[in-house]
Design a protein around this ligand. Structure first.
Ligand code: NAP
Ligand code: ZN
Length: 346
């Protein structure tokens, strides 16, 4: 077994603190990654605090993992020691069901194995990227280009793919009017990616102070959602809206902003359900849908797309000891626009 250092939550109400644990010895298909950086996703907070239920403790969060490969198993092909690799939200799946065969492992019929807070097929508990190293099957590892700054690439492993996948699935294209709700980790990647696809982007935000940044990130317009006239002015204006908000909010207001046949896709996962008024949907034949991260193949496609177009995350790099303060700031919406932990500070 491989002794590993990390930071863990011991219970839903405890702060994160140093934690020692063991990674498995490498199997033939495994690679060992020394973690340089790990992004901080709001899902880490939801799960560390058991806001979705079913959390497993102690929990080492983190699913935006990048670093060099330090060891490979004997059947590994396509990765070698010294290459940069990444791990996102998925570390295993059944590999046989229809969805796995389609490359949509996130929808594995037997349940995908999450990078942390999950039980692997052998019933072992998975531990995430707030740690010194990770062992992962090559099938679930991603190739990372050395071209871009590594700390800015880490958030692509979750925030990047979670916004790229629905933009592609709903075929967002040049000239489409796209709304991005919530300018945090996911939201700011949504802005950059939608703008790169040629969309006309509007950010819906509770934070007036983020307006300048929104425009710098590639948005064309900024709408403050605390101003009730915003929703009147933007009635029926959007082809597509991506909702990345982490806390309860009124979906009906945003549905009203869709054009005929427009679609709103939820990626944010607030802990409480939100009521949807049937009129918000039947009028103008509007669609409401959801999307969960993306499969491994599409994650690689997104990483290659971002390397090609020089798209990375805007990050604030923190030492691991500041993780609890970062969580508090994220809950207040005070993030510009992704915290990334420098794992060398562990
Ligand atoms: P984040 O960085 O904390 O950003 C969330 C943003 O939502 C905030 O910056 C804020 O933006 C807005 N917001 C927060 N509280 C709000 C409130 N009470 N009312 C209205 N707006 C509020 O979080 P994230 O990492 O981007 O994650 C966002 C959500 O997506 C989380 O629920 C996370 O669990 C979920 N998620 C889902 C998937 C998936 O596969 N579907 C993947 C990853 C994450 P403004 O300041 O601009 O208002
Ligand atoms: Zn995430």
């Amino acid at each position: 077994m491989l002794p590993t250092k990390g930071y863990a939550a011991k219970s839903a109400s405890s702060v994160l603190a140093p934690f020692q644990f063991e990674r498995r010895d490498l199997r033939d298909d495994d690679i060992l990654i020394e973690i340089d950086y790990c992004g901080v996703c709001h899902s880490d907070i939801h799960q560390a605090r058991d806001e979705w239920g079913g959390s497993i403790y102690p929990m080492v969060p983190g699913h935006e993992i990048v670093g060099p490969i330090t060891k490979v198993g004997k059947s590994v092909k396509g990765f070698k020691v010294g290459d940069l690799a990444g791990v996102g939200c998925i570390v295993n799946s059944c590999r046989e069901c229809h969805n796995c065969e389609e490359g949509e492992e996130q929808f594995c019929e037997k349940g995908m194995v999450g990078t942390y807070n999950s039980r692997d097929r052998d019933n072992s508990i998975t531990y995430g990227g707030y740690s010194s190293q990770i062992v992962v099957d090559q099938k679930y590892a991603l190739k990372i280009s050395p071209k871009l700054p590594l700390e800015k690439v880490a958030p692509l492993l979750c925030a990047g793919i979670t916004t790229y996948s629905p933009l592609k699935h709903w075929k967002v294209k040049k000239g489409d009017s796209v709304g991005i709700v919530g300018l945090g980790g996911l939201g700011h990647m949504g802005v950059k990616l939608a703008a790169s696809m040629g969309a006309e982007v509007t950010v819906f935000s509770t934070s007036k102070s983020k307006e300048k940044d929104a425009l710098r990130l590639g948005a064309n317009h900024f709408a403050v959602t605390t101003d009730p006239t915003t929703f009147e002015k933007l009635q029926g204006k959007f082809d597509f809206i991506l909702d990345s908000v982490s806390a309860p909010h009124d979906l009906n207001l945003y549905l009203g902003c869709l054009k005929t046949n427009g679609a709103m896709v939820i990626v944010g996962v607030p802990p409480a359900a939100a009521p949807v008024n049937a009129f918000s949907l039947i009028m103008n034949r509007r669609q409401l849908a959801g999307s969960l991260i993306g499969g491994i193949r599409e994650t690689q496609e997104m990483l290659d797309y971002c390397a090609d177009k020089n798209i990375t995350s805007d990050v604030e790099v923190i030492p691991i000891k500041d993780i609890n303060t970062a969580y508090e700031r994220m809950v207040k919406g005070d993030v510009r626009y992704r915290f990334v932990i420098d794992m060398k500070t562990l």
